[in-house]
Design a protein around this ligand. Structure first.
Ligand code: GDP
Length: 318
């Protein structure tokens, strides 16, 4: 983009708390434009501090409501908060999506809150590639806590959220309950379970069911035992308890080494995803080119097998 500010300057402004700079940086990483590398390099020294909290659950359980209530609670505790709402089903992105307006309206004008939506459908390399970049921006901007909310229940979303420092799985009574959660594989990734809409019938039963299911898991004396909390997010009830539990989980995961383990895994996947993307784009550039033509000729003539040809192609593209 002509006249786009220097990434280093943008990062400096983001760190000073400038909302516009944060939004700009996220757009830059999301659009994978020409300055992506510069942005990434400028962010690198300032990352690795934020507590990344993933929130997942079926549509309608109250993720947005809970996220908003949690933001209020964390702000009351003096934390700087980032919110990244990831929508894998929509090709659109930017501030207008998802009702940043509706659900987060109450946080408008609070310069300690950064809210951003991301659409990942059709994104090169998908969510695994794009989300960590946006997390880095919010982290570098000085967020103490980053809430990553997924608006979908696809496997890759569950995986990404599962790599957060702490993962919250939300359920609601009468929405298929715990059995559904077990099927979707989210019992494994939850560090904290929340039965929201506790003002509705059946909430206690859902809590009981979940506790029973979780008790079936093997756990050593030093392991984290995922608690099952109840909330009425619409009235902000139980949200302080959720914030306390997230603090406890962070403390445990730092002590036990779990946080390090997850962070390593996150970075490893990030590097892999970028690597895959680079190989893909190099191959694309070679398509129809002279090198590929020559290799094709040799394979056709029986002088080279296609595997050896592919090796050569990769070597030459490096
Ligand atoms: P999401 O799709 O998971 O993000 O769910 P939303 O946060 O958009 O909430 C879905 C609906 O449930 C909205 O109409 C909320 O007002 C409502 N809701 C959220 N929390 C509660 C709650 O604790 N009790 C009740 N009764 N309704 C709630």
């Amino acid at each position: 983009m002509a006249g786009a500010p220097d990434p280093v300057e943008l990062v400096r402004r983001a760190r000073a708390g400038e909302q516009l700079a944060v939004a700009r940086l996220i757009s830059m990483v999301e659009n994978a434009g020409g300055r992506l590398r510069e942005v990434s390099a400028a962010l690198a020294p300032h990352t690795g501090r934020a507590h990344v909290v993933g929130l997942t659950g079926s549509p309608g359980v109250g993720k947005s409501t809970s996220t908003s209530a949690l933001v209020t609670e964390l702000r009351a505790r003096g934390r700087r908060v980032g919110v990244l709402a990831v929508d894998p089903s929509s090709p659109f992105s930017g501030g207008a999506l998802l009702g940043d307006r509706v659900r987060m309206g109450e946080h408008t004008g609070d310069d300690g809150v950064f809210i951003r939506s991301m659409a990942t459908r059709g994104h090169l390399g998908g969510l695994s590639w794009a989300t960590p970049q946006a997390l880095r921006v919010l982290d570098a901007a000085g967020c103490d806590v980053i809430l990553v909310e997924t608006v979908g229940v696809g496997q890759s979303e569950v995986e990404v959220v599962g790599l957060a420092d702490s993962t919250v799985v939300l359920l609601a009574p009468g929405m298929g309950d715990g059995v559904q959660a077990a099927k979707a594989g989210i019992l494994e990734i939850g560090d904290v379970f929340v039965v929201n809409k506790a003002d509705r019938d059946g909430a206690r039963r859902t809590v009981r069911e979940l506790r029973n299911m979780l008790h079936l898991r093997d756990a050593g004396p030093d392991d984290w035992r995922p608690p099952v909390l109840s909330t009425v997010a619409a009235r902000a009830e139980g949200i302080d308890g959720l914030a306390d539990t997230l603090d406890e989980h962070l403390t445990w995961s730092e002590k036990s080494g779990e946080r390090d383990r997850r962070r390593r895994e996150r970075v490893r996947r990030e590097i892999e995803a970028i690597g895959m993307e680079q190989v893909r784009s190099r191959m694309e550039q070679l398509r129809g080119g002279a090198v590929l033509d020559a290799l094709t000729g040799r394979v056709l003539a029986g002088r080279l097998d296609p595997w050896a040809a592919a090796d050569e192609l990769l070597e030459r593209s490096g």
